[in-house]
Design a protein around this ligand. Structure first.
Ligand code: F6R
Length: 602
């Protein structure tokens, strides 16, 4: 995810911005840039790749004296990671940087282009700077123009704008993306996270959604979402950088579980209208196909498996799922009318990449669902749907899985619409449900505390069976994978109906059965499978909205009318379950033994 740094003061600016951006490197980025205004002099620099590339371009420069500077690291979401698409974006006399997604950028861009404005980049962000300069033609003050600009934006943004029209000020705004302002005497620092601010300032203000304002040496004016000026409420900055890097969480995995609501919102942004989906992929990809093949490894494979249910149910198309390492060598029969979809968080998984090569060489239509733009898989696939989860640090995948599922669900709906296999009312309801998923995965700390308390009972069993039916079967596989990856306890996922075909032989009081028991799909069928296990004295843990009398342990979820809402809520429970057991066992949650984040060898 992108990073933002800003500074107002006398100190040398290049190094303050570069050092700040360095602190944000952990968020992941593919290009970087900065802009500086001192008096009448405006300068800007951009570079693709690592921060060193930007630093090299600026090797000879120093920027002392009263002035303003802004810097940015970009994680591509709209447009490739190129120098032109890197921030800051420029107008004629202003620069803007931005984190998040401007949902209505197309509408704003059309409007600006109609009045003669030329755009350089493919980004959503560039509309902000042009809109500002358009409004500034008739505004009383540049800040009035900025205020009007912000009022036109829909979506998520933390954004800074500097302009020659007000050369000693930084305009800022925040909505659904973090922005923090710190001060040290008269000097002001801005950032998207605590870590660049630690050591530079002692106190900071964490802006609320909808707020915006203007900062100047020794002066800070902030307005709330109702355009009322508010008194800046400074609090002490944390002192520990490690803690700040994880936004106060103990582990990256924990932070990433909490982040899911936000990244799902970003994943949906700009892609939904009330009765259609805009996935920014060439829809000729779907012409004349009679099959979808989904290929991936690990967690991404589980997303593929869950998606096969959605594709067949909604789009009425055959969906085959293959593990990439198997596909490579099985001399697969390749149907020329299939759409070959690879799913990968990293975009570098060797087996998935090879499978994609095979499909490409056979002239199949290819689509990558991936989290990392410009990765090998993204470059190779014909079309791409980015998951927008931001960098995932924890080796055990969480938010990447969540956004893969969202993309695959959106894709199933788009295909269903194109193939006329869904009626308008159902599609509208699906879209409404999709929009609500960010709140479904948003959970209260008390849920984590409850699971932490329960976790102590699970550290000694001889094994875990995660069971579920339909889309909850792949989710059971994913729950088991999360647990084994970070707890090193033996865990398997099974289709609930399969237990009596062999695995039930293992059932005894030391075997934990984690039953995914949603209300909306095959409740009675799954329940009777669980009863069979209970009759053999297995320890039964149910995750369900409905109480189940044979449970030895019970984690209640909310009642939902749509299976996908139940899917996402149970997903969070399973992630927390694995996390808390691993913590109890004293394991390294973020770097489990024997595992690598990106598997670039076969
Ligand atoms: C599990 C996990 C792995 C990956 C797998 C594929 O938590 O992270 O199973 O899902 O190695 O990786 P990507 O998605 O990067 O292709």
């Amino acid at each position: 995810m992108c990073g933002i740094v800003g500074y107002i003061g006398k100190k040398e600016k290049k190094n303050i911005i570069l050092n700040g951006l360095k602190e944000l490197e952990y968020r992941g980025y593919d290009s970087a840039g900065m802009a500086i205004i001192i008096g009448n002099e405006m300068s800007y620099y951009k570079a693709v790749g690592k921060l060193e590339n930007l630093a090299n371009k600026m090797k000879e420069c120093q920027y002392h004296g009263d002035g303003v500077a802004i810097g940015h690291t970009r994680w591509a979401t709209h447009g490739k990671p190129t120098e032109i698409n890197a921030h800051p974006h420029l107008g004629e006399y202003s620069f803007v940087i931005h984190n998040g997604i401007i949902e209505n950028y197309k509408e704003l861009k059309d409007e600006l282009e109609a009045s003669g404005v030329k755009f350089l980049s493919q980004t959503d962000t560039e509309v902000i700077v042009h809109l500002f300069e358009e409004y500034n033609k008739n505004a009383k003050t540049p800040f009035e123009a900025y205020k009007k600009t912000i009022s036109r934006l829909k979506g998520a943004y933390a954004t800074l704008l500097v302009t020659k029209a007000a050369p000693d000020e930084i305009f800022f705004a925040k909505n659904a993306a973090p922005l923090i302002i710190a001060r040290d005497g008269d000097e002001i620092y801005l950032s998207s996270s605590d870590s660049p601010l630690i050591g530079l300032a002692k106190e900071a203000i964490y802006l609320e959604d909808g707020s915006y304002g203007v900062a100047k040496l020794g002066n800070l004016t902030i307005f709330d979402e109702n355009n009322q000026e508010i008194k800046p409420n400074f609090t002490e900055l944390p002192k520990d950088k490690g803690y700040a890097l994880k936004d106060g969480y103990r582990f990256f995995m924990e932070k990433e579980i909490y982040e899911q609501s936000q990244v799902i919102a970003e994943c949906l942004m700009g892609r939904l209208s009330d009765d259609d989906l805009n996935l920014d992929i060439d829809i000729s990809l779907f012409n004349d196909i009679d099959e979808v093949v989904l290929c991936a490894c690990g967690t991404s494979y589980h997303a593929a498996l869950a998606a096969s249910y959605l594709l067949e149910r909604l789009a009425k198309i055959r969906a085959n799922v293959v593990v990439a390492s198997e596909f490579r060598y099985k001399e697969p029969f390749l149907n020329p009318n299939s759409l070959f979809i690879v799913i990968s968080q990293s975009g570098e998984t060797a087996d998935t990449l090879e499978a994609l090569k095979i499909a490409k060489n056979a002239n199949l239509k290819t689509l990558a669902i991936c989290n990392v733009d410009n990765s090998s898989i993204v470059r190779m696939a014909k079309e791409v749907l980015l998951t927008r989860a931001g960098i995932e640090k924890g080796v055990a995948s969480t938010k990447a899985f969540a956004t893969q599922m969202i993309c695959l669900w959106m894709l199933s709906l788009k295909l269903a619409k194109i193939r006329h296999t869904i009626d308008d009312k159902t599609l509208e309801n699906e879209i409404k449900t999709l929009r609500n998923i960010p709140s479904v995965v948003n959970f209260d700390k008390s849920l984590q505390e409850k699971i932490y308390r329960k976790a102590k009972h699970y550290v000694h069993g001889h094994g875990f069976f995660f069971i579920g039916r339909d889309i909850f079967y792949p989710l059971a596989l994913e729950g088991a994978l999360k647990l084994k990856e970070i707890s090193y306890l033996h865990a398997e996922g099974y289709p609930a109906g399969e237990m009596k075909h062999g695995p039930i032989a293992l059932a005894d009081e030391g075997l934990y059965t984690i039953a995914l028991l949603p209300q909306t799909i095959l409740y009675d069928k799954t329940k009777s499978n669980v009863e069979e296990l209970a009759a053999r004295d297995a320890f039964i843990t149910t995750i369900s909205p409905l109480e189940f009398e044979l449970s030895d342990d019970f984690i209640k979820i909310n009642s939902h009318s749509h299976p996908m809402s139940e899917f996402f809520e149970i997903m969070v429970v399973l992630q927390l379950f694995a996390l808390e057991i691993s913590i109890r066992l004293g394991n390294d949650v973020d770097m489990p033994r024997n595992l690598a984040k990106s598997v670039t060898v076969e």
